[in-house]
Design a protein. Structure first.
Length: 199
């Protein structure tokens, strides 16, 4: 079996230049994939191995990450196992792991969804959702977290950061500052400063 795998690796390495160029032309519709201001379609296996066009071109349309893909920004639909957007995501992201370096507007459906700054929309994660700066919308998963939030958190563990306006539903919900709205939980509801609403 290892001989077959080694032969397959040698074949892929020896023929990689034969199939990279035609795929790049089809995927981005241009003769030069390196100089695009944006692309309407992107396909990635690994950013450093096969990503067409290269990870320098923002996506305005569709991004398919067969294993792991990195884009400067995405406006449209992104599907993949592991998807990383260095800047902003506007649209829908579907996969196992969704990582956004700045802000996201739209919806993320993933096992783990992480947005470094602001999330406006819905994060639906089987395991965990995180909006680093501010959530405006909904987070639904086992664990949900944000620095400040306005909307809904529904999960086993919810952390609303320093201020949360809306509803937190689950087993344990906590806010280190003020809550304006509802905390309905099976075990514990914590608002360390003030709760204006139902707890």
């Amino acid at each position: 079996m290892t001989g077959i795998i080694a032969a397959l690796r040698r074949f892929i390495r020896s023929t990689s230049n034969l199939w990279v160029v035609p795929i790049a032309l089809v995927a981005c519709g241009a003769a030069s994939a390196q100089s695009l201001s944006y692309t309407v379609a992107q396909v990635s296996v690994l950013p450093t191995v096969v990503q067409l066009p290269t990870e320098d071109a923002p996506v305005r349309g569709f991004s398919l990450n067969l294993y792991y893909g990195v884009q400067p920004s995405v406006s449209g639909l992104q599907v993949g196992l592991i998807s990383e957007v260095e800047n902003d995501l506007k649209g829908v992201d579907i996969g196992l792991v969704s990582l956004t370096g700045k802000s996201a507007t739209g919806a993320a459906f993933a096992v783990v969804s992480y947005v470094e700054e602001n999330m406006t929309g819905v994060q639906l994660g089987m395991w965990a959702n995180q909006a680093g700066a501010k959530l405006t919308g909904a987070q639904m998963g086992l664990g949900n977290g944000t620095s400040t939030g306005r909307g809904l958190q529904m999960g086993v563990f919810n952390s609303g950061g320093t201020e949360f306006v809306g509803a937190q539903l689950g087993v344990v919900s906590m806010v280190s500052g003020k809550v304006r709205g509802t905390q309905l939980n099976l075990a514990s509801s914590v608002a360390s400063e003030e709760c204006a609403g139902l707890q």
